[in-house]
Design a protein. Structure first.
Length: 257
């Protein structure tokens, strides 16, 4: 309750409406719960506790038996298995991306054989953003009950292949804005491309190539924002964008078939 009260003090009505309105449509089996958040807050809380416990178990295995035995791939599987995943994905993309980055920070630390202290530090950061995200969903639930948030509605693109072309164009704009030394604008364009276009065709791609879908999701939510935030060279960001566009071309071919 204390954390929720603090969140209320930090976020005004106008700010919340703006934040949560950035993600009001997509496709996929998201679930009706995203339009009835208040009815599922307890469930989300249990899922966060469950997820934290699962990741802690993986880390404990790493500490005693090493990365090979830890099975770090399960970290992403556990995250995608909970309904809380959809609650954040549909209502607050910035925190959604932060969770992905936190998950991969923990996973990468173990895969690279980092010291236990480094892994635990990454775990602490991830848990912090998970609890922050839960607090945001609780606030969103109260605004939703008052009719202050737009309803999430599923959409499907008339032409998924054309949607991919739009995403590729927006990635070009990401690179252009970054080259103009406007990293915040570049990041916002990337976030919008993910939320407004990629998510609308993600399920269709996943049915044909689940690994490609997950790889692109990591690109949008981890690799690209981290590269922008890190201030990499324009050439380095161009290489990343070109790699993403190549994957999108693969997806376009799959969808055409």
């Amino acid at each position: 309750m204390l954390a929720l009260t603090r969140t209320w003090k930090l976020l005004s009505v106008g700010m919340l409406v703006a934040l949560f309105a950035t993600r009001v449509s997509a496709s996929g089996a998201v679930g009706d719960h995203v339009n009835a958040l208040s009815e599922h807050v307890d469930e989300y809380t249990e899922e966060v506790v469950w997820l934290i416990g699962k990741i802690d178990g993986i880390i404990s295995t790493y500490e005693t038996k090493g990365s090979a035995a830890a099975g770090t791939d399960a970290i992403v599987d556990h995250w995608e298995a909970v309904d809380f995943h959809s609650a954040i994905e549909t209502h607050y993309i910035p925190l959604y991306a932060s969770i992905w980055q936190g998950l991969f920070a923990v996973k990468t630390a173990m895969d690279e054989g980092k010291p236990e202290a480094d892994v635990r530090a990454a775990q602490a950061s991830l848990e912090s953003v998970l609890w922050q995200s839960l607090g945001a969903v609780k606030v969103a639930a109260q605004y939703q009950e008052r009719g202050l948030l737009p309803e999430y509605t599923a959409i499907s693109a008339d032409s998924p292949t054309e949607t991919i072309d739009v995403i590729k164009q927006r990635l070009d704009r990401v690179l252009a804005k970054y080259a103009e030394q406007l990293p915040e604008q570049a990041r916002n364009i990337a976030t919008a491309a993910y939320a407004e276009q990629f998510e609308s065709i993600e399920d269709a791609i996943e049915k044909r190539d689940a690994e490609l879908t997950e790889d692109l999701e990591v690109d949008f939510n981890v690799r690209l924002p981290k590269a922008i935030d890190a201030g990499v060279s324009v050439d380095a960001l161009r290489d990343l964008v070109l790699a993403m566009q190549a994957k999108l071309n693969q997806a376009k071919t799959l969808l055409s078939e």
